[in-house]
Write a protein that binds this ligand. Structure first.
Ligand SMILES: C[S@@+](CC[C@H](N)C(=O)[O-])C[C@H]1O[C@@H](n2cnc3c(N)ncnc32)[C@H](O)[C@@H]1O
Length: 226
């Protein structure tokens, strides 16, 4: 279901470019297997027996959300189905409309994260989500202060024991993202997330995975002794 589209975004530089790119290729990024598996395992491990509310930031054409929804909802009971929410947000309207056409069971929002956080829906969703995740979906947050505001805004959308995870290709992050966008920042984007959500890191061969607890209290299944 399409929840909200900020239509003026289609005419703005960055987003117009993403719209063109997604319109020309219906599967521009496909599904990042490593990040998808990580998020799916996390959901199954933590939430397989209860309803779950998930928000993805910068979901692009929604392939990760679609796969998560399909695999996770397979064994839902009626109350779990009723209570659960899978919400994808991206500033590209073209990508969001494609996502909604393929998976109307999920909720879709076409907006820039920074602006969406001031939308009444964001106020309504305070403390709503069990998991907020993103795979390289924070690429257009240019100012450090703006990034801090987004991190705070996202934290407010989490339930008290909710989780935030950020996944980005290490090569992209180290070689392109940081030098290109973080010029003049006192710390980089990941450090801002770390400061807001707490810290836990996992390294893999080609990926940098952030798994962060809202209040730094690991859930039982995450304690290394279990
Ligand atoms: C590198 S793509 C990744 C897309 C998707 N997460 C994936 O892995 O296939 C980055 C996406 O994030 C979106 N994006 C970047 N910054 C954003 C922001 N500040 N607000 C909303 N969407 C944003 C872009 O429109 C784009 O679709």
């Amino acid at each position: 279901m399409l929840l909200w589209v900020r239509e003026e975004l289609c005419r703005e530089g960055n987003w117009a470019a993403w719209n063109t790119c997604y319109s020309e290729n219906k599967s521009h990024f496909g599904r990042h297997e490593l990040g998808f598996r990580f998020t799916l395992d996390l959901l199954l491990e933590q939430f397989s027996r209860r309803a779950v509310r998930v928000l993805e930031i910068g979901c692009g054409q929604g392939y990760i959300m679609e796969s998560l929804y399909e695999q996770f909802s397979r064994n839902w009971s009626a109350p779990q189905k009723e209570e659960s929410r899978f919400v994808g947000l991206d500033a590209s309207e073209a990508a969001i409309i494609q996502s909604d056409d393929r998976v109307p069971e999920c909720y879709w929002i076409a907006d820039e994260l920074q602006r969406f956080l001031t939308h009444p829906l964001a106020a309504y969703w305070q403390g709503e989500f069990d998991l907020i995740f993103s795979m390289g979906g924070f690429t257009y947050i240019k100012a450090e202060e703006e990034c801090r505001k987004c991190a705070k805004g996202l934290k407010a959308l989490l339930k008290p024991r909710g989780m935030f995870t950020y996944f980005i290709s290490e090569g992209y992050y180290r070689d392109k993202w940081t030098p290109k966008f973080c010029k003049g920042w006192s710390v980089d984007q990941l450090e801002i997330f770390r400061q807001e959500f707490g810290r836990e890191e996992n390294r893999d061969l080609s990926a940098y995975i952030r798994r962060i607890y809202h209040n730094d209290v690991p859930m039982p299944a995450d304690r290394p002794d279990l």
